[in-house]
Design a protein around this ligand. Sequence first.
Ligand SMILES: [Zn+2]
Length: 384
Amino acid sequence: MAALTEAERKVVEWIADERAATLGLIEALVNTDSGSLDKAGVDAAGERIRGFLAARGIACDVVPHERYGDGIRATVGEGDGRTILLMGHRDTVYARGEAARRPFRVADGRGSGPGCCDMKAGLAMNAIVLSAFKTFGPPGPLVALFTADEEIGSPSSRALIEQEARRARAVFNAEPGRPNGGVVTGRKGGVFMKIEVTGKAAHAGNNLADGVSAIEEMARKIVDLHALTDPERGISCNVGTVAGGEVVNMVAPSATAGLDLRFIHPGDRDGAMAAIERIVAHRHLAGASTRLEITGEFKPLVASAESGKLFEHYAACAREFGQKVTGEFAGGCADSGFAASVGAPTLCGVGPIGGRAHSPDEYLDVESIVPRAQALALAVMRLA
Ligand SMILES: [Zn+2]
């Protein structure tokens, strides 16, 4: 650490000293169920963060929301200058009860439990970095958002993220770092949709011809929808869920499907949506009708000259601690796309390292927590 200034050394040493407190916050967060649709749970996770920050002299603003968890914003440092924004989401993909079944555990340097790397460790990292600058003085206005509903496309958080990103000169999103220590410099955009087909019930043996099979109509559409996938262009169209019918001896009167569109280039979104709408509108069976509904949407994280510089800056800071950081492209969507889409230089995946998110095998590399927090803190200091 020879290349650090005295002020920088103080901050990163303080962060190392706070390792147990940071791990304690991760444990408390993982053990608090906070599925996206569980407002009480997402707010309880927020309460843990607010308590942690309050004990370190940092007050939070709460942006209330009736349906989803409240938005939480913490600010350290004053001035009208442009901010540095740290982001993270409090929700997970897990239903209530998962935390009791799989509470946070550490074995052989690996943490486990629902949302441990995606992204409760990232939230705790941002909280400790914020606390460090509260203690030693921030290099400029530093804002952290602890948002509520990323896993379902951030219906309540998107406006807050865009508002904060517009006044930020750099955005760091603490989604999990890649297993090789890389960060994320690009992400696909995505649109999540629900398709509902209505047909007509009839007895499958006595009067089949009177029925209109919603399942058959849906099946034909699915084949057409999947054909829109263009791997070379980075477009994918995948039906991830299907349900339909009532009983085996009835022509299915209804069917539903969940559709996931992904794309790399922002310009591809509208063309792909138009193709999807055409396929949905095309009727294969007389008497069938179909509805399409967008249930969530993410903007792609598109690399820019500015975000490229931010990556180089972060990687140089990480090198001070002996970390080799690569910039990677991820097919998964995240809130960083919203920040980037309003023009803020944005880097994603700067959180502690982990993997296998959204599965019972999700893990957190516990030894990466302090180094990632230190790299982020140095990057913040050196942006000033
Ligand atoms: Zn996440």
